[in-house]
Design a protein around this ligand. Structure first.
Ligand code: FES
Ligand code: FES
Length: 185
């Protein structure tokens, strides 16, 4: 299985449009998906979730799977600019949509971190490896929609993210700082 995924990922490299088979040998659906600006044509099993497609098929392991049943928000990505739980989203339902993952935030030419990511670093707001990508994507969705949120807005936007270490205070500071700098627009 891992070899299959490796072969699929090899096909993905350096091309704008890629045909990828994924999700076992049964029924497949053909869809088009733009992920971080790259267009893919996927032949996908109807039961494949977006979280698994991103991680297992496309090799974008920045998106984490915490619970895999909609309880923790670790798997949050942007679908057409809106924050969504990728573990609760069937990939076939994303036909024609644009997905942004944590890998898509940095500048594709320079590799420079997105200002929001930099604000997380500057405010020691990075959480554990499972929580940080999803929290960052929810914050990105918020600031794209509301460039000047209140702290209450930030808390509401991040309310679905469950972590055990109570480090959200630093996250709120980071998002507010990014908002003040207006660099995320
Ligand atoms: S992994 Fe999707 S909500 Fe927990
Ligand atoms: S930051 Fe991941 S569990 Fe708390």
């Amino acid at each position: 299985m891992e070899q299959d995924h490796k072969n699929e990922r090899e096909k993905c490299k350096g091309v704008g449009k890629t045909v990828v088979a994924a999700g076992g040998n049964g029924e497949r659906h053909s869809i088009h998906l733009t992920v971080n600006g790259h267009l893919y044509e996927l032949h996908i099993a109807p039961s494949h979730t977006l979280a698994h497609t991103l991680r297992d098929t496309l090799g974008l392991t920045g998106t984490k799977i915490g619970c895999d049943y909609g309880a923790c928000a670790a798997c949050t990505v942007l679908i057409d600019g809106k924050a969504a739980l990728s573990c609760q989203t069937l990939t076939v339902k994303c036909d024609g949509k644009s997905i942004t993952t944590i890998e898509g935030l940095e500048d594709p030419k320079t590799g420079k971190l997105h200002p929001l990511q930099q604000a997380f670093i500057d405010n020691t707001a990075f959480q554990c490896g499972f929580c940080t990508p999803g929290v960052t994507m929810s914050a990105k969705a918020l600031l794209d929609e509301n460039p000047s949120p209140t702290e209450v807005d930030v808390k509401q936007a991040l309310t679905g993210h469950f972590c055990r270490c109570i480090s959200h205070y630093q996250v709120i500071k980071a998002v507010m700082e990014a908002s003040r700098k207006r660099e995320v627009l």
